[in-house]
Ligand binder design. Structure first.
Ligand SMILES: [Zn+2]
Length: 290
C-alpha cells in the first residue's frame, strides 16, 4: 500500500511538499530502497510543491500486527528520508540546481547524516518499540554498537584501496608505462591489505562500479568514503548543540538542504560548520581514532 504524506513548515504552515511512501515488497517490485523526485519546484514558483516517492521492500506486517523493522531497515528509511528532505526542502532558483542535483561527492551527505540518529537512544526511544511496547534493551543496544565497529579498520582500508585504485586507473595509469592493468591494480590494493594478495588476484576485473557505465563511479568511488567524512563531521554539531534541537535543524536545512547546487559544496559545508571538514569524527565513529 502507498501512503501520501504532506510536509508542512511548522513556522508558517506553508505546505511544502507531498511524499508517497511505498514501503513493502510486492511480487513485481524491484528489491532495494530508493527515492525519486517527481516534481521539482523552483524558488519563484510559490504555488507549486515538490513531490517525491520513497520506495522500499521492508519487512511487511504479518498476522494483523505492526511490522517490526530490522535496525538496518530503519537506517535505510532514515537514509532515503534524508534524500527526500533534500529534494522537498529545496529553495534553489533553478530546477536543474534543486535538491539532489548536486555534486556526486556531496549528494550522500544529507542522506547519510540521518543514519546517525539510528545510533542514538534519544532518537531511537522515540519510536523503536517491540510488540509489547518496550524499547531496545540497553545490553542489546551496546552489543549492536560493538558489532558496528567490528573489523572497522579492515573495512576502512578496503574502501581506501578501492578508491585509490579507481583514481589511479582513471587519472595516472598509462598502459605503455605501467603495463598490465590487473597487476597495476593488485599492487595498489596490496598496499591497503593486511595480508599478501594471491598472484592471480584480479578483483579489478569484476569491479563493475568503475567501468560498467560511462557516467558510473569512474574516478568517483571515493565519494562513498568522503560522504562519510562529511556526515560524521557535520553530525558533531547536532551532538554538541542537541540531537533534536530545532535551531541546529533549521541551520542544516537553510545552509545545506535548501541550497541544492547553487553554491560550491565546500562553501555550504563551511557555512554550516564554520570550518572545513575534519577527519576525526569519522575515525571516532569507526572506533579507530588514535
Ligand atoms: Zn543515498
Amino acid at each position: 500500500s502507498v501512503t501520501a504524506y504532506r510536509i508542512v513548515d511548522q513556522e508558517d504552515d506553508r505546505w511544502l511538499a507531498v511524499i508517497y511512501v511505498d514501503p513493502f515488497p510486492r511480487e513485481t517490485k524491484q528489491g532495494g530502497a530508493w527515492m525519486d523526485g517527481i516534481v521539482s519546484r523552483a524558488r519563484d514558483e510559490p504555488d507549486s510543491r515538490q513531490v517525491a516517492v520513497l520506495v522500499a521492500s521492508m519487512t511487511p506486517p504479518v498476522g494483523g500486527k505492526d511490522a517490526l523493522l530490522s535496525h538496518r531497515d530503519v537506517e535505510t528509511l532514515f537514509h532515503e528520508f534524508g534524500h527526500i528532505l533534500h529534494h522537498c526542502l529545496s529553495r534553489a532558483a533553478l530546477r536543474s540546481q534543486a535538491g539532489t542535483n548536486v555534486a556526486w561527492d556531496f549528494v550522500e551527505l544529507p542522506s547519510q547524516i540521518f543514519e546517525n540518529w539510528c545510533w542514538e537512544r534519544e532518537a531511537l526511544d522515540l519510536f523503536a518499540r517491540d510488540h509489547k511496547g518496550e524499547a531496545i534493551p540497553e545490553d542489546l543496544f551496546q552489543a549492536m554498537k560493538r558489532a558496528r565497529t567490528f573489523r572497522a579498520a579492515t573495512a576502512q582500508m578496503r574502501q581506501l584501496g578501492f578508491a585509490t585504485t579507481d583514481l589511479a586507473l582513471h587519472t595516472s595509469f598509462d598502459p605503455e608505462r605501467d603495463g598490465d592493468a590487473t597487476a597495476y591494480a593488485r599492487n595498489l590494493l596490496q598496499q591497503h591489505s593486511p595480508d599478501p594478495l594471491p598472484e592471480n588476484h584480479a578483483m579489478i576485473t569484476s569491479f563493475s562500479h568503475l567501468f560498467s557505465s560511462p557516467v558510473g563511479y569512474a574516478a568517483g568511488y571515493y565519494s562513498y568514503k568522503w560522504a562519510e567524512v562529511l556526515d560524521a563531521d557535520a553530525f558533531t554539531r547536532f551532538k554538541k548543540e542537541g540531537l533534536l534541537d530545532p535551531k541546529v535543524g533549521r541551520a542544516f536545512r537553510e545552509t545545506i538542504l535548501e541550497r541544492g547546487d547553487e553554491e560550491d559544496p565546500a562553501v555550504l559545508f563551511r557555512t554550516f560548520m564554520g570550518r572545513d571538514p575534519e577527519l576525526s569524527a569519522l575515525l571516532e565513529r569507526l572506533g579507530i581514532a588514535a
